[in-house]
Design a protein around this ligand. Sequence first.
Ligand code: SF4
Ligand code: SF4
Length: 270
Amino acid sequence: MIIDEIREIAMDENVAVWGIGPASEMADELPGHRPEDLLPDAQSLICFGIPVPSRVYQMPNYMLETIWRSQNLNYRRLDTLSMRFAALLEESGAQAVPIYGCLPMGVNNKGEMERPKAFLKQITKQFAVVGYLNQIRMGEVTGIGVIGKNGLLLHSQYGSRLMLGGVLTTARLPEMHYPEIEEPGCPPDCRICVDACPVNAISGEEKRVQIMRCLGYTSRTPLLPKFRFWVLSKFRPEAAARLMNLTAFDEHTFHICSRCVALCPYGRTN
Ligand code: SF4
Ligand code: SF4
């Protein structure tokens, strides 16, 4: 019954891909970033994706501006859908929390987007996205895609262009994914994203992106008071995170690089 309602909303809202998987598959994420840290007794997770249109990443002019606007509209849509699915699950008697994409996120006392303290010990984990719960891993657990060398979720139809939303719930839901595609993953000899990254942030075989190196190059956040942020991050990282989440949210951050998405040939038909 609840699955039928989820399916119906996904169809009505033109959700391109969605899947359900067991929350226990993410139990080995690092402390603070595990399902149980966000919803005790979480049983299932739902992940869904909406693509940015393919040609946006090939525009001869205004590409970065159009990516910026497209992504921000998608963030709103995805987060609203996360809320809708969570409300639906609550109405059915379960508990549920939305899992948002880019922001909000934490900040550590070095002014870095929060990364688990054991980062260096676990360098094979994925850190392309630093949400409270790793959405890219959620995408893999729910079977809607496979993680590529660029650290993003790859899909045969949408390449690296999927943007993700999610929900964590105490309901025990059956595992499924739509559409039912098994992804082959990156061709072994492809290194396009690795070679294209202007700051060598992509490690390739480890499917890992050095997120601060990437963000340090690509992000522009003119409304973020840099000195105040730096001071707060030293002494009150939680206040620094709130400042960043307020001033860098969605359209207040502009990215000057999207090469690892734009040049990725995965799933491209034209
Ligand atoms: S967005 Fe640009 S800087 Fe960041 S990982 Fe991709 S290619 Fe590198
Ligand atoms: S550019 Fe090549 S190696 Fe990089 S993610 Fe795409 S298919 Fe994989």
